[in-house]
Design a protein around this ligand. Structure first.
Ligand code: ATP
Ligand code: MG
Ligand code: MG
Ligand code: MG
Length: 507
């Protein structure tokens, strides 16, 4: 087809950088930079947050980039649908352009519309736009200005639809820069009477571009304050745009994923090729596993190359463990499968993000290390687990990623057969093994154990975890050697400061 993902990315950046005087800014690492409100960088604007809220001066007034993003945990969490749908990934690339106090609504809409319809030549009768209809509680008015802008760009009323806070008031997290947005949606099918399905979760009528008008800052106490300057912040998923341009409804049918499916197929014998089917039926399961595998391997490779440490980020560790299990159970590859697949990701994305190539040995080392730790944990825990499982059939339904941790923590705390998950055990599960409150509650229910979440909060408070900064644990000297080993200066880990607050969020 005419547009490879590489060409799509380049055309987007060329449009803003060559033709419209934007400065190209590199993707930041996916590790949040001194930002305790998120676990992963989840949007292109993260690295510009200081500029948007006015604490930092912009070096350039208009910029564009393609940003590595991960949406696991926090306000934007897509993990639960990954594999089941064709357009939400844990890791994806967000194409974006920004105006820091320079152009605003009219120019931003015009640029987006021109790029999509004149450069990428998307048919106008497949495009819809949405705008913010206002909100009583937040005391925000309907964004009639934006509606008028789209009218002036030639769209008819039936293609301009109002939505509320959930879809058209964008926020990075619980606190931070925010504002009304206008979004462009693409209809893969076409035809009349489709507008009513917008934002209803249809896989063939999807949002492709979000244009946010940053005018406010939300403080941690929930209040919203007007910013001194107005900014434009946009984001478009490369995978979705590429799918549209390659006439595919699923992102997984584009060149962004095809090579990985081939690699998975090639590296395991006796498993059929990816078939591209979706749904609940058994015969779809393998396709879903293919998608999850490919998605997670991309996410793992990018996270590790950017210097993220599973020991510090338990969400990453959980995803790694799920991926190891998937490799073992579905693809029958108990060892080194994930590691092998990371090579393909580096080959594919390395030319765009050279840090992947620079840090490939680090990616390999951590994957191998984590695989070994998980394997031995599973082995040592399985005996104890068997005994526990015999006492309660519900246990077999539990998430295998969590259960070895439970058994290990249980032994470490030195309990007898418990009647409750007492606060000390809960704390161990939470602090050392990274299980969140919800998972602990799930375990407790299956085991018929009493568990009071308030006790956990009390326990956390009593050990003053609030002021404790999560530090890197040096296990077998492994992590300490990793640090001295080629993490580039811009990814300097000493600058990342995390500490966990009592509600489990990073502060
Ligand atoms: P959706 O409503 O489809 O979940 P969103 O409103 O959460 O998307 P935004 O926060 O507006 O997404 O992000 C900007 C753009 O990034 C979206 O328009 C979409 O193209 C892309 N995008 C968002 N989440 C994902 C994801 N999980 N995987 C791939 N692309 C994504
Ligand atoms: Mg979303
Ligand atoms: Mg949306
Ligand atoms: Mg959106």
């Amino acid at each position: 087809s005419e547009f490879s993902s590489k060409v799509v990315r380049k055309k987007f950046l060329d449009y803003f950088v060559q033709e419209h005087n934007h400065k190209h800014v590199k993707s930041s690492p996916v590790v949040p930079y001194c930002d305790p409100t998120i676990n992963f960088v989840n949007a292109g604007m993260n690295q510009f947050k200081g500029i948007l809220i006015g604490t930092q001066q912009p070096k350039y007034r208009t910029v564009a980039n393609s940003q590595k993003c991960i949406r696991v945990g926090g306000k934007h969490n897509d993990l639960s649908v990954v594999g089941s749908d064709g357009y939400h990934h844990t890791f994806f690339e967000m194409l974006g352009n920004w105006s820091f106090g320079e152009y605003f609504k009219a120019e931003a809409c015009k640029l987006a519309w021109d790029l999509l319809t004149n450069v990428f030549k998307l048919p106008k009768n497949r495009l819809y736009v949405t705008y913010f209809k206002g909100d009583h509680e937040l005391d925000l008015k309907e964004d009639v200005e934006t509606k008028e802008i789209w009218r002036n760009l030639g769209l008819s009323n039936d293609r301009i639809l109002p939505f509320g806070v959930k879809d058209n008031f964008w926020e990075m997290g619980l606190a931070g820069p925010c504002g009304p947005c206008t979004e462009i949606h693409y209809d893969h099918i076409g035809g009349a009477d489709r507008a009513k399905y917008l934002n209803k979760g249809l896989h063939d009528l999807i949002e492709i571009w979000n244009v946010v008008f940053i005018e406010y800052n939300r403080l941690p106490d929930g209040t919203i304050h007007k910013l001194p300057r107005k900014h434009v912040d946009t984001g478009m998923g490369l995978e979705r745009l590429t799918a549209v341009l390659q006439n595919k409804i699923s992102n997984y049918d584009t060149d962004i994923f095809r090579y990985l499916f081939e690699a998975i197929y090639k590296n395991c014998r006796g498993v059929r090729r990816y078939g591209g089917s979706f749904g609940e039926k058994d015969w779809n399961d393998l396709d879903k596993s293919y998608r999850t595998m490919a998605d997670h391997v991309r996410m793992i490779t990018v996270s590790l190359a950017d210097g993220m440490i599973p020991e510090e980020n338990q969400k990453l560790r959980k995803i790694m463990r799920k991926t190891f299990l998937l490799g073992d159970n579905v693809f029958k590859q108990p060892k080194n499968f994930v590691k092998e697949l990371t090579n393909y990701v580096v080959d594919n994305l390395g030319p765009v993000y050279p840090e992947l190539e620079r840090n490939i040995s680090q990616v390999h080392r951590i994957v191998s290390y984590e695989e070994e730790v998980f394997e031995s944990l599973r082995r040592s825990a399985s005996k104890d687990w068997e005994i526990l499982a015999k006492s309660n059939p519900k246990l077999s339904r539990l998430d295998i990623v969590e259960t070895p941790n439970f058994v290990k923590a249980y032994k470490e705390v030195g309990e007898n057969m418990p009647k409750e998950i007492h606060p000390k055990l809960a704390f161990k599960l939470y602090d050392t093994h990274g299980l969140d409150e919800e998972t602990i509650a799930k375990l407790a229910e299956a085991l018929n154990l009493r568990f009071n979440p308030d006790d956990l909060i009390d326990e956390l408070q009593s050990v003053k975890i609030k002021s404790k900064r999560a530090s890197v644990r040096v296990e077998n000297g492994l992590y300490s050697t990793l640090f001295n080993d080629g993490i580039p200066k811009t990814d300097d880990r000493s600058k990342y400061s995390y500490s966990r607050s009592i509600d489990g969020k990073y502060k």
